[in-house]
Design a protein around this ligand. Structure first.
Ligand SMILES: Cc1cc2nc3c(=O)[nH]c(=O)nc-3n(C[C@H](O)[C@H](O)[C@H](O)COP(=O)(O)OP(=O)(O)OC[C@H]3O[C@@H](n4cnc5c(N)ncnc54)[C@H](O)[C@@H]3O)c2cc1C
Length: 390
């Protein structure tokens, strides 16, 4: 079995690493300063400038089809790139991207929503979660009622990433109460902010500030339906599915960066006349972290590989998401412990990571939901204990 990367994969990974080190990492001390003053980590214009610089080196639209100017990379290559991005805490991502389900846009929507999003001229958000429907997403009540050629949208969405900045929202609404939300009862709408919805920022533990969205009699034309009427839940699951190998890839990069800090500090920090790394209590934290990162790396790359083979990636992606989210939380906790009091100070980024990665066990399917999916697949015989392709 050959686990090595191709020359092309290695070259793209190296180019990403160089770009992150040269252009992105210099923002780190600036961001720590800004956040201590309560300011925004990175302005939209700064992110855009970085993205345009990356475009000059060919990094544009990792998952975007070539005909729309993107790189159309494999899931494995995207995973490798997201691991590189994870090495820095600057909230950077390459430009030229759009929510994966926006590619279901028809010709008209393509010009109005998809292309401007890829070009970075418009910002989208994806709104499924509601105050009374998170894990049980099929329980949403946000309604869309037909009125001539329009739909009237009413309801609340919550915890929406990018909801404060978005120019338009991809909203999942109940369109037929007689049907199951999962099976024909819900629809995805593309809704401009100018159509009348409002957002208010929530106050989170970590650096990503989500929003609560409110829709009161928001009139949306029928042409703004994404995909088909009744297809909302399927699109929502497709959106969430992608994150389940991207988040783990990012988590692996974060954990690697943290472990490097842990190793370095273990060698230089002296107590009782010797480096702390010479104590088994500290050394084992390093050993366990390295082992868990390695396990998460292969589980994640495997999930991406399964997606690339055109096989159903849901089981392997749930494993990767569950494992990596817990792994990165373990690693950040250990690295904070290794740094003692310094680890708790905002002077270093460890406490920032600590707050940020806690989210990974919650969003895009909690740990418990991943376990529910995995165990259900086994109990109902959808998946076997050994991998399908063995
Ligand atoms: C910062 C942030 C950003 C987010 N971004 C988005 C976004 O962009 N778009 C979007 O639509 N949503 C977003 N979410 C929502 C996120 O996906 C939900 O928070 C998540 O799905 C959990 O739903 P909940 O918060 O309602 O928790 P609940 O569903 O109320 O769950 C509470 C707890 O009970 C557990 N639980 C629930 N049911 C079961 C069960 N059957 N068995 C065992 N345990 C169970 C859960 O695992 C959890 O621990 C975001 C959330 C956060 C915090």
């Amino acid at each position: 079995m050959d686990f090595s990367l191709s020359d092309e994969e290695k070259a793209i990974r190296q180019a990403t690493r160089d770009f992150i080190n040269r252009e992105v990492k210099p923002y780190e001390p600036i961001i720590l300063e800004r956040e201590r003053r309560g300011e925004k980590a990175l302005e939209r214009s700064e992110l855009r400038e970085l993205q345009l610089k990356a475009r000059e080196f060919g990094f544009w639209g990792l998952a975007t089809p070539e005909k729309l100017g993107g790189m159309d990379l494999s899931a494995v290559m995207q995973s490798l790139i997201w691991t590189e991005i994870g090495r820095s805490f600057v909230p950077f991502r390459f430009g030229g991207e759009a929510d994966n389900i926006l590619f279901f846009a028809n010709d008209e929507q393509r010009e109005e929503f998809l292309v401007p999003t890829i070009e970075g001229e418009r910002i989208s958000c994806f709104a499924l979660t509601e105050p009374d429907a998170g894990s049980d997403a099929a329980n949403i009540t946000f309604s869309a009622r037909r009125d001539g050629d329009d739909w009237i949208l009413n309801g609340e969405k919550t915890f929406i990433t990018n909801g404060n900045d978005a120019d338009f929202a991809i909203v999942i609404a109940v369109t037929d109460r007689k049907k199951d939300v999962r099976d024909g009862g819900s629809t995805a709408f593309l809704v401009d902010r100018a159509m009348g919805w409002t957002s208010s920022p929530l106050v989170p533990m970590g650096p990503n500030v989500p929003a609560a969205l409110s829709f009161q009699d928001v009139r949306v034309p029928n042409r703004n339906i994404l995909g088909e009427v009744g297809q909302g839940f399927q699109l929502a699951m497709k959106w969430i599915g992608k994150g389940r190998y991207i988040i783990p890839s990012y988590a692996v990069g974060i954990a690697e960066g943290l472990l490097k800090m842990g190793v370095e500090y273990s060698n230089i920090r002296q107590t009782f006349g010797k480096p702390i790394g010479e104590n088994q209590a500290i050394a084992w934290m390093l050993a366990d972290s390295a082992t868990e990162i390695e396990a998460a790396r292969w589980l994640t790359l495997n999930a991406a590989w399964v997606a690339d083979q055109g096989m159903d990636p849901r089981h392997t992606s749930s494993m990767a998401k569950l494992n990596s989210a817990s792994m990165v939380n373990q690693v950040v906790d250990r690295v904070m412990q290794i740094h003692g009091g310094m680890g708790y100070m905002k002077e270093l980024a460890i406490e920032r990571w600590y707050r940020q990665v806690r989210l990974f066990r919650i969003f895009e399917g909690t740990d418990e939901m991943q376990r529910l999916i995995l165990s259900r697949n086994l109990l109902r015989g959808y998946e076997k204990v050994e991998p399908r392709w063995f």
